[in-house]
Design a protein around this ligand. Structure first.
Ligand SMILES: [Zn+2]
Length: 417
């Protein structure tokens, strides 16, 4: 079996085209070196003329267990409370086979769109038990070699004190079943600070990373990030802790924003911003001067925090939209967080992989050949147009290819010439 591939005439960032030789799952040579390498003579060839070659993307925050539930679990109020109520009422219909089937469909779309790593939260608690973790653990095994799937046990509130005993037991069961990361949503807890401490302690004891839904509200008085940074620093979880959402940080005054951002950077905490779901759910109580439901992306980046961009909910009660597409998330970060296109793309690639504890990938010698080719001349066009015409490589092997055929009716073509 030939394990080397020559990608020909691919456009690369910065301009120009190049050949890329892949051997043993890694980028072995670029440009003239690739064509001149003796392995090129026997390599499989893939002509990428017209395609831009990029690193494969990583999704740092999904909810595969809830994906594609929008019709079954409507959320008439459109806010976070309505979404939580809707999903709980759908739990009875979410058996293991159902979760696995929707999650698989979403993961296929993710792979075809260029994701080779996905971190998914899975609800753990009353009404759902640990069956979503079980379903995703199955999927993780089936997807091995295509997509690295990380499972976060999203522990229901309450988790602290005597009232949290049952949910803590379910979290332990989820860890036993193979959950990769400890998660939870302390803002939903009667005592958010105690919930942060309890979940950090559980991660510490299990030797697992921690990824919490934090401060998912535009209420500036809810700010658990300082406590989170303290817990992470105290327990030495540097580089293994993620704060997802952090919406209320975007509602602080600039000095507070800078101070908290610095504390997160010092504690080695990555932040995941989730533009589509936050813009959809947040700010509904204020029809004018509506607060933008995003974290303080610019301040966090300026402080040196890894800021990854994610899709969060994909067509469920929390968000009826979502193409499961890194270019959609990047595009939203350009429009809603005012990031330059290159920084927005970094948030769904290098920063997303860093948040997941994965090494970077790139069309560069020595890198694992997890690559995404998209029909576009440059990154601006790729993010703006998000062509479906894509080829996804995992370890140098083509694992998904989408072709697009466009016909313009001849009469119209005549009018245009
Ligand atoms: Zn989430």
């Amino acid at each position: 079996m030939i394990d080397h591939v020559l990608l020909e005439r691919a456009a690369i960032r910065g301009g120009g085209t190049t050949d890329v030789l892949i051997a043993g799952g890694r980028v072995a040579a670029l440009g003239a070196d690739a064509a001149a390498d003796p392995r090129a003579a026997t390599a499989d060839r893939l002509d990428l003329a017209g395609y831009l070659l990029l690193p494969a993307a990583a999704e740092p925050h999904a909810h595969l267990d809830k994906a594609l539930l929008a019709r079954r679990a409507p959320n008439p109020s459109g806010d976070l409370d309505g979404a939580v109520t809707a999903i709980r009422s759908a739990y009875a219909t979410m058996d293991e086979a159902d979760v696995r089937s929707r999650a698989t469909e979403a993961l296929h779309t993710a792979l075809a769109h260029g994701y080779t790593a996905v971190r998914s939260h899975a609800d753990v608690g009353e009404g759902i038990g640990v069956r979503s973790v079980r379903a995703l653990a199955d999927l993780r095994e089936n997807a091995a070699g295509l997509v690295d799937l990380q499972i976060v046990a999203l522990t229901a509130a309450p988790v602290a004190g005597a009232a949290g005993r049952h949910n803590r037991r379910l979290l332990a069961e989820a860890i036993e079943l193979g959950a990769d990361v400890v998660g939870g949503a302390p803002a939903l807890d009667p005592n958010p600070h105690a919930a942060v401490r309890t979940l950090a302690e559980a991660a510490d004891e299990a030797g697992l990373p921690l990824d919490l839904h934090l401060d998912e509200t535009t209420d500036p008085d809810m700010l658990t990030l300082r406590r989170f940074a303290d817990e992470v620093a105290r327990r030495g979880l540097h580089g293994r802790a993620t704060a997802s959402h952090c919406v209320s940080l975007g509602q602080q005054d600039p000095a507070t924003c800078r101070e908290v951002s610095r504390a997160l950077a010092d504690a080695g905490i990555a932040v995941v911003t989730l533009p589509q779901t936050n813009l959809y759910l947040q700010g509904r109580a204020e029809p004018t001067r509506t607060p933008r439901g995003l974290t303080a992306v610019a301040a966090l980046r300026a402080a040196g925090v890894v800021v990854a961009g994610g899709g969060d909910n994909w067509r469920d009660p929390f968000n009826p939209l979502g193409r499961i597409d890194p270019f959609e998330t990047a595009s939203l970060l350009v429009a809603a967080a005012h990031l330059p296109v290159a920084d927005a793309w970094e948030s769904v690639t290098a920063h997303a992989r860093a948040a997941l504890g994965l090494p970077p990938v790139a069309p560069a010698v020595g890198s694992p050949a997890d690559l995404l080719a998209i029909r576009a001349a440059d990154l601006d066009e790729a993010v703006a147009a998000a062509s479906e015409d894509r080829i996804v490589l995992r370890g140098g092997r083509v694992v998904a290819r989408t072709r697009v055929i466009r016909d313009i009716v001849p009469a119209l073509e005549g009018q245009l010439t």
